[in-house]
Ligand binder design. Structure first.
Ligand code: SF4
Length: 345
């Protein structure tokens, strides 16, 4: 019997061979500890107590929105259970989890999310829904995205949950047979990364760049050499690309084989003029729909504000505008990870 956890389903569905029932996912990371802290605080708030860590501004902001959402969610049922243990038995698998908030009578689950909307957690929520579907043809999931300060409601029909049930059965059969490498192959996500043959193959492929003998795992020395080799190779590739393009510009298309040729092809990219198109787009999408299509770069805005402020007043004007944006809660910070060389402390 394969033990599955709802919290592990997003990775499991992506790569069945990552399965490990005992692994504490994202154990020590900041997102994980923040998520745990926020869940504790929400629980306390729901019980009429104060949140614990009022020093942590990020945590405080997330809990603040959870309080607002709770005020709207609580009246939907009278039998709410918090941190409710749920389970489902399938063909060769046993799925368990703890739903943040559950109404067994109304078949509603609430799944607080303290991460970013971009992450695909839908398999986790579907897992909870599958566990709670017994005795109902429909399960409603309320997913409050605490950072974006809104909640979405998803209805899972019986057909969808049967399909998901079958998907899990299929994925369980693929454990040890199917691998899907990607950005999730890290210590933050994959408990099987150290024994994964796919990852070992990738390390071995990387080492061909150095022409070094292939060991079991990459060593720190090899990573430093790889870093240098990658930088040099990237520069060489850039120069080679320019040389290739120049040749075709000077001499015309070059035959690649009997049917194809390397050629310079004009590519049109159409952008929409925001001033002229604004009204049309608001009418077509509504303000919220349009906002989802638009990204306003902070650096670009800072530059524009500086340029319009006049000599010597730029920095103060930028601070003023950023403060005003913060007051209306319009600033969104997204953490990404970059591999960089920095000065050692
Ligand atoms: S390291 Fe990547 S490919 Fe290997 S098991 Fe984990 S998620 Fe799958």
């Amino acid at each position: 019997m394969i033990e599955l956890r709802c919290s592990g389903l997003p990775l499991f569905v992506l790569c069945p061979s990552s399965h490990s029932p005992d692994f504490d996912l994202q154990g020590d990371s900041r997102p994980a500890s923040l998520g745990t802290g926020v869940h504790t605080d929400i629980q306390r708030v729901a019980d009429g107590l104060e949140a614990l860590d009022i020093e942590d501004a990020e945590r405080q902001q997330l809990v603040e929105y959870a309080e607002q959402a709770l005020a709207e969610i609580e009246p939907l049922a009278v039998d709410w259970e918090n941190e409710a243990a749920v389970a489902r038995l399938g063909e060769g698998w046993h799925l368990t989890g703890h739903v943040d908030k559950l109404s067994r009578f109304k078949h509603i689950i609430v799944d607080w999310k303290s991460g970013w909307l971009e992450s695909d957690y839908s398999a986790q929520t579907k897992g909870y829904a599958l566990c709670c579907a017994v005795g109902s043809t429909m399960v409603s999931a309320i997913i409050p995205w605490l950072r974006r300060r809104f909640y979405e409601t998803v209805q899972y029909t019986e057909d969808e949950l049967v399909e998901f049930h079958d998907l899990l059965t299929e994925k369980v059969r693929l454990i040890g047979k199917a691998w899907n490498p990607g950005p999730h192959c890290t210590s933050m996500y994959c408990p099987r990364r150290l024994e994964c043959p796919h990852r070992r193959n990738r390390d071995a492929t990387a080492l061909t760049l150095l022409g070094e003998p292939i060991g079991e795992m990459l060593t720190a020395d090899q990573v430093v050499k790889l870093d240098r080799a990658i930088r040099v190779t990237e520069k060489l590739i850039e120069i080679a690309k320019q040389a290739r393009k120049c040749f075709v510009q000077d001499n015309g298309p070059v035959a690649v084989d009997d049917r194809r040729e390397l050629a310079i092809i004009p590519v049109n990219r159409t952008a929409i003029d925001p001033l002229r198109g604004w009204q049309v787009l608001v009418e077509a999408l509504g303000e919220n729909g349009l906002a989802d299509c638009v990204t306003i770069g902070k650096t670009k805005v800072e530059k524009a504000v500086k340029a319009s402020a006049g000599k010597g007043k730029g920095a103060a004007k930028v601070r003023e505008v950023m403060k005003a944006l913060d007051v209306v809660d319009a600033l969104r910070t997204k953490m990404t990870e970059q591999l960089k060389v920095r000065t050692r402390s």
